[in-house]
Structures are given as C-alpha cells and as structure tokens.
Ligand binder design. Structure first.
Ligand code: BG6
Length: 254
C-alpha cells in the first residue's frame, strides 16, 4: 500500500515538472487546506531538500508565512556541521510577528544550530526614511548578505488572502483587485500570466535578485493555492517546488 502511494506521488511530481516546466517538484501526501499537519510534512520535505543542496558555507534567506514557519519547526542541526547563516529575505511586509521573516529566520537558525542576522525595518516607510535607512551600516551589511545568499526559501500565497492578511491600504487593495492579481510571493503580487502587478516597498531581496541565486525553493500547498502556484511559476522556472497532493491534483488537472 505504501509503495503504491509513493509511486502515485512520483507520477504526480513528474507530471507537474513537465506541465509547469520546472526541474524539481516534491509532493507530500494530503491537503494542507484540510489537515494542518500536512504543512509540517512539507516542512520536513523542504528541510531534506535543503540539506541535499548545502555547500560548506551557506547563506540562507527565508521569507515569512505559516508554511515557512513549519519549515523552521522541522529544521534540525546539520550532521555534516556545515556553516549555516540565516537571514530574512525582506524587511517588514505587514505580517503578525509569528508570520514575519525575522521571527522564522531566528527559529530556523536556532533549530539548525546555525547563525542568523536580522533586519530591523518598519513595515511602511516614506521614500526619504527608506533612502536613509538603507544607508545605515548595520542594515547595509545585512542587505549585502541577503543579496549574496546561496539559497532562498519562500512561500506562495493567494493574492487576495495575503493582501487582506497584511491589512493592505484600500488604494493598494483596489490596485491588486483591478489588476486581477492571483498570486503573491515575498511582497510581490502577480497576475495569471506571472507578471508583477504590485509590490510592497521594503528592503532586501528583490524579484530580479532571485535569478542569480543558485537554489530557490518555494513551499506552498493546499488545493486553494494551485492557481497562485501556477501563475507564480510561469516566470520563475528555476524554482524547486515543495507542495502537497491537494495542490498537485489541481495543478495537473488542466
Ligand atoms: C511567504 C511569502 O513566505 O509565504 C509570502 O513571503 C506568501 O509572499 C506567504 O504569500 C504564504 O503564507 P502562508 O501562511 O500561506 O504560508
């Protein structure tokens, strides 16, 4: 029975790799929309994928959200004692503290017995404060680490869900809706074609930086996120996707 299930998931993985044109997909059993523990299984799968790709020295940029929080929960010390430095991918995006990249980054580093650096930046900044903040030596240093990271771990969200969760200002809410945004990842909103339609202003990793990063892992599951996952991956083909059966079955359908 177990072997049958495993081979079924392998077929799903290969099918999605072909359909989305990405090179690596991992599918865990279940649907995280229905069963919260499935997020932990995605977390475990992500940790395994990370460990296979570590070098002797690593800078790992981590985004926020409940899924990446599960990755942190499942993190364990590296058996090979490699150097692991964790940084938040971007500054504040308006999330509750438990969903913030800073919080998750610190937890992940502690569980991995690695080191971490944090970004202390307010969620919304005027243009002037933003310009002077990024000149602060301590912030500049962390931004430098982020831009040089060897690995990025991020979630993908449904655009509307994320905009509401972050208490987005009405004018931006309207912009996001009018542009038919369906996906959101680290502060960027995307339409069905995978084009950016809105972005939250903050420091750290920018979308264009991703192309230069060797290993980019997106962790997102639940049938309700299939549309968002598909849209986001249209313009991010070198991403490794960790997902669940719930999202996978939707992704393979059309
Ligand atoms: C974060 C990303 O990692 O995960 C967000 O930065 C994304 O952009 C979010 O939308 C998804 O959150 P959750 O709680 O559904 O995992």
């Amino acid at each position: 029975e177990i072997m049958k299930e495993v081979s079924g998931l392998k077929v799903l993985e290969a099918g999605i790799e072909e359909k989305l044109g990405i090179s690596k997909v991992v599918v865990v059993p279940g649907d995280s929309d229905q069963s919260p523990w499935v997020k932990k299984e995605m977390g475990r799968a992500c940790v395994n994928t990370m460990r296979k790709r570590f070098h002797d020295e690593n800078i790992i940029a981590v985004a926020g959200g409940t899924t990446i929080s599960s990755v942190a929960e499942m993190m364990k010390p590296d058996t090979k004692n490699r150097e692991l430095l964790f940084v938040p991918a971007r500054g504040g995006l308006g999330e509750k503290v438990q969903n913030q990249a800073n919080t998750i980054c610190a937890t992940m580093a502690e569980k991995a017995m690695g080191n971490y650096r944090l970004l202390h930046i307010p969620d919304s900044l005027s243009h002037e404060s933003y310009q002077s903040m990024i000149e602060e030596p301590s912030i500049k240093e962390v931004i430098g680490l982020i831009k040089n990271s060897s690995m990025v771990i991020h979630g993908i969200g449904d655009a509307k869900t994320m905009a509401q969760r972050r208490k987005t200002a009405p004018e931006n809410m309207q912009k996001i809706e009018q542009a038919h945004a369906v996906a959101e990842a680290f502060g960027y909103y995307f339409n069905e074609a995978g084009e950016v339609v809105h972005k939250v202003q903050t420091v750290g990793m920018q979308l264009a930086d991703l192309e230069k990063i060797e290993c980019v892992i997106a962790v997102a599951g639940g049938a309700s996120k299939a549309k968002a996952i598909r849209a986001y991956l249209k313009k991010a083909p070198h991403t490794i996707l960790i997902t669940d059966e719930g999202a996978a079955k939707e992704l393979i359908r059309e």
